[in-house]
Every structure is written in C-alpha cells, then in structure tokens.
Design a protein around this ligand. Structure first.
Ligand SMILES: O=C(O)CCC(=O)C(=O)O
Ligand SMILES: [Fe+2]
Length: 170
C-alpha cells in the first residue's frame, strides 16, 4: 500500500528480496505499586515495519505533535502497525516516524508480540530518486543498516534526539 501511494511499486521486488523478519514476544514486569512505571523507554524502531499484537493490558503510547503522549488502546483482536527508521529514511521522510514507549500500570501484566521486518545484513538504505525533488530534498545520506544498528547501541545515540538524523542526516 505504501509503495502504491508513493508511486514507487517498481521497488517492491527489491524490498521483498532484501527483507528479513524477526518475531519477539515481550512480557513486561507487573508493577506492584500504584505508580505507573516505564516498561519500555521512548524510542523509534530501527527497522522497516513493526506489527504489534497485545493482550488486554494497555500501555503503549505514541508521541504526538505537541509533545504529548497519546495512549494507544487497540480494539481487542486488532493489530497496531508502526513505521521504523529504515522505512522513514527510504521514503525520504514522507512517512511519519513514531516515537513510542510503554507505561505499565498496577497489577497488570502486559504481553505483546512484535513482528519486525528488517533490512538484511549489509543492505544499504537509499531513498529512490522518484522521492527526491526540489520540494522534498534528500533528508538522509544512503546508509548501511547494520552499521546504523551498531551506532544505535552507542552512548552517542542515547544522548541524541534522533539517531537517524545524527547518523546520516543531510
Ligand atoms: O510492547 C509494546 O507494545 C511495544 C514494543 C516495542 O515498541 C518494541 O519492541 O520495539
Ligand atoms: Fe518499539
């Protein structure tokens, strides 16, 4: 759908051939006090797309424009999809990159299952020429996904507002 909306369907095969998948089951510790606790601190997913499924214990929040955190309380049985850094960079910033976190509330155990699609090792993320023009100048230099991941585990990444901009912003 995304490639169709952006008119770059011709890259679909390249995308499928360069993608791996990773499934993660997460169990969050149940807070025993009435204080809310950070289950997962604010971050963006460094990968392409995240498909998220959770139990009834809500807690996912997304940062919205005015700097507020918005609760994401999905209807039971539905999934939440989030864009990761790789797709944000590949689309030359055309698709919003959501900062998100998980807050835990008293006596609720949250389980979530995340299916990440991720660029294969060694793949270079480069926005297609169709998505770069005068109105949309190139935002990120082409970068190697694995090297970016290595950077994202460093102290420098922890201190910067956007790993992607710091690492390869134009
Ligand atoms: O558990 C959740 O709802 C969020 C998980 C998440 O953001 C992640 O694993 O990157
Ligand atoms: Fe995440």
């Amino acid at each position: 759908m995304i490639v169709e909306i952006l008119g770059v369907e011709k890259y679909m095969d390249e995308h499928l051939n360069s993608t791996n998948y990773l499934l993660r089951l997460i169990k969050y510790k149940t807070p025993q006090s009435s204080e809310t606790e950070i289950g997962l601190s604010a971050h963006t997913d460094k990968k392409i797309l995240t498909i998220l499924y959770q139990n009834q214990a809500n807690g996912l929040q997304v940062l919205i424009k005015d700097g507020q955190w918005k609760n994401i309380n999905p209807t039971p049985g539905t999934i939440t999809i989030m864009i990761g850094d790789s797709l944000h960079a590949w689309t030359n910033g055309r698709i919003h990159l959501p900062y998100h976190r998980v807050l835990m509330r008293e006596n609720e155990t949250r389980y979530s299952v995340a299916l990440f699609s991720t660029p294969k090792d060694g793949f270079t993320i480069k926005a297609p020429e169709e998505l770069v023009d005068e109105d949309h100048p190139l935002l990120f230099k082409p970068y190697n996904h694995l090297e970016f991941l290595t950077f994202s585990y460093t102290e420098e990444d922890l201190q910067c507002e956007s790993a992607l901009k710091t690492y390869c912003g134009v």
